[in-house]
Ligand binder design. Sequence first.
Ligand code: IRN
Ligand code: FE2
Length: 550
Amino acid sequence: MPTSGSSTGTAVTTGPIWGSTKRYEPVPGHPDIRFPVRRVNLSNGEHFDLYDTSGVYTDEREAIDVETGLAKTRDAWARPEPIDGAATQLVWARAGIITPEMAYIAAREGLAPELVRDEVARGRAVIPANHKHPESEPMIIGRAFAVKINANIGNSAVTSSVAEEVEKMVWAARWGADTLMDLSTGKDIHLTREWILRNAPIPVGTVPIYQALEKVNGDPTLLTWEIYRDTVIEQCEQGVDYMTVHAGVLLRYVPLTAKRVTGIVSRGGSIMAAWCLAHHEESFLYTHFVELCEILRRYDVTFSLGDGLRPGSIADANDEAQFAELRTLGELTKIAKSYGVQVMIEGPGHVPMHKIVENVRLEEDLCEEAPFYTLGPLATDIAPAYDHITSAIGAAMIAQAGTAMLCYVTPKEHLGLPNRDDVKVGVITYKIAAHAADLAKAHPRAQERDDAVSRARFDFRWNDQFALSLDPDTARSFHDETLPAEPAKTAHFCSMCGPKFCSMRISADVRTYALENGLTTPEAIEAGMSAKSAQFVALGSSVYLPAATL
Ligand code: IRN
Ligand code: FE2
């Protein structure tokens, strides 16, 4: 229920997610630190705790004043001293220190703090947590952990207001976005980002070259290292947790895209390619990379090394332009890590299924297993308006192969700016892809949730099934479309098969029959099945019966 959150009437969505209550559990070894979970209290007396990204917005409270911002919780946490000029989770992990952020993440993921520290120390995981974003609830991106999803929002010159962007952030986090990227390009970029950051319980990423381009009125040839650097510092100071830097788009790679079907589709990539060609000089992002490292490590801002030459079509997948850039990203990864800066690597784009795994293997080899963060990829180009689905197919596959974070794609991809509903559909779709990969990778906690949903389904505990699901509101409303009455919430059937042909009910009957008749289950199934068969034939062997007979 949207509520008015401030005197200016800024509305953000608040209130619990249907069927669950928010709790804050203690982090072992840190009596003053608590991490969030959403508890589903089941009708059979059990409960199930879900990983939660939604922030205080899903607490039991009326309204949140977005002008005040969230509590600056992490400011009170002990922060180790910098090491050789770097104040990052990476250098602390290497020094054997388990920071409060690492302990928090371990509790949140149900894993050992030492595993968190070790994966960060090896550069196989990153914790995007700028010191200047103390409102964020720490999370980790890495192949040993649950697969994460990122939601992109951002106004463009033509649409959206600041308040709408804050609402989209809250909304994306509510449905499970682990991180958010603010890709605003219109006016009020600084202000929009300030509002988002001060209210964001999740890490926030940006692409600083977009704002730098605004500062030169949209003419990429007028960009300079100094303008870019000052933009990066401005954003570090505001609290941005990770930044996309397209430093792998080198001058000599640009001609490699000439024969492509879709050329350069990355916004940042095309800006840098235009600059390189106009000046006939190497990219300033590449030539000043060390200076960037020296800035980012003071704040603990994580690099997200951009894929400016990612394929934008099935035809261009895995081509030389793409992989040449990836090799350069590998070189930059080593430099960043030597300065103590955390790094992840952005990946494609559009890739057919049989070419997906190669992307992950190459990234691992070239980039020392730095977390891979991919945009889908779309497994086919033929379905505009359904690209959340075309891309979720690729996303599930690439995540199973080891990708650590998936950048969502909404139904509006290639067509327009996503609205609130598109954001939700994108987030839920990507939660499905990420969770399917967690199951395939045997993440310790993943299957517990499936089992809980399946048991609720088999027991006809409808409300439990809704509450445990990714989108209780939609599941419930679909069910209620045909069976809205309250007794239907415990009924042993739904309107899909009707009471007589519900397979779940028949199976349950078979079990009861076996128990009552002292039969083992296979015998009971046979006996039960022949009884059903007789009943089926007696009803005229018709699966679809008139309502009166049900
Ligand atoms: C993720 C992986 N590859 C690209 N992305 C996201 O795309 C990136 O994190 C950012 O949100 C957006 C950047 O787009 P351009 O500037 O590369 O088009
Ligand atoms: Fe695309």
